[in-house]
Design a binder for this molecule. Structure first.
Ligand SMILES: [Fe+2]
Length: 182
């Protein structure tokens, strides 16, 4: 399963730290196994339950957020003094895992449709993403990034990387929905 996850998400290889790379794969593997799903679910699940969301997969959204985070943060880092630079490894790990919990939050509802699951009604995806990051032994900075990336993090984002991921995620999410509106 680990090789399949890596090949579906080539952005994992942009993480320079080997331990962090393995931790990201472990978190995804743990979540998939918990849900009784295979790696193909990443392409089958929608990125949102909003209108038209089924036309963009969770995998496509996740990869886009990771790519944009990496490109934008790399450009930022080239322009600022060393002490202001963003940690690209942490940012990439957070970007690749921020919506992992949607595999728990959403459940198939027949004929290719999805609905909010019982666990999703209890807690939204940032909580479940953070849960699997903790289980995989990832650094607390990554747990914070994924747990605070959405509305749950309002007023609580403690790092520049967390603010960066939140803005990139919402930018990609809203731009995608606008394009889907036509
Ligand atoms: Fe997202």
């Amino acid at each position: 399963m680990r090789d399949e996850i890596s090949s579906k998400m080539p952005e994992i290889d942009l993480i320079s730290d080997e331990g962090l790379r393995q931790g990201v794969i472990s978190a995804i593997e743990r979540c998939l196994r918990f849900c009784g799903l295979g790696p193909e679910a990443l392409e089958r699940f929608p990125f949102t339950l909003s209108e038209g969301g089924d036309r963009v997969s969770l995998l496509a959204h996740t990869r886009a957020v990771a790519r944009v985070c990496h490109a934008a943060a790399s450009a930022f880092n080239e322009c600022v003094d060393a002490e202001l630079r963003l940690n690209l490894d942490l940012l990439l790990a957070g970007a690749l895992l921020h919506d992992l919990g949607k595999l728990v939050e959403f459940a198939p509802a027949g004929e290719g449709a999805f609905e909010v699951s019982e666990m999703g009604r209890a807690m939204r995806h940032p909580f479940w993403s953070a849960h699997f990051c903790l289980e995989a032994g990832l650094p607390m900075e990554v747990v914070h990034l994924v747990g605070s990336h959405s509305h749950e993090g309002e007023g609580r984002r403690a790092s520049a990387e967390a603010i960066f991921l939140h803005k990139v995620d919402f930018m990609v999410y809203e731009a995608t929905l606008k394009k889907l509106e036509g």
